[in-house]
Write a protein that binds this ligand. Structure first.
Ligand SMILES: [Zn+2]
Length: 95
């Protein structure tokens, strides 16, 4: 919740300097950031973001690889893809 307020503040400052409209075509500005640590993508529904149970995300990124510590995390499209891939490639046996 705190983050949302922050993002709004940030956007206001950005539009004040960049002027109306123009930049938004090039760079999508979303509201929800990907919860994977180090990932800068947006995870808004509009751009393919997905919600994932925290436990399932931890399987792939580990607790330190996630910036959020709630029951659900929101991840961007590309992180979701790598999550899916990791799950699929997960070996059932070690040898
Ligand atoms: Zn991501």
């Amino acid at each position: 919740m705190g983050f949302k307020a922050n993002a709004r503040k940030k956007r206001n400052t950005a539009s004040a300097t960049a002027g109306p409209g123009k930049k938004e075509d090039e760079e999508y500005v979303g509201e929800i950031k990907c919860d994977v640590a180090g990932c800068e993508n947006w995870s808004d529904k509009k751009v393919g973001g997905r919600k994932l149970a925290f436990d399932r995300a931890v399987d792939v990124w580990g607790e330190s690889g996630l910036t959020k510590d709630s029951k659900r995390v929101t991840i961007c499209k590309s992180c979701y893809r790598s999550w899916k891939k990791a799950k699929k490639d997960e070996p059932t046996e070690w040898t």
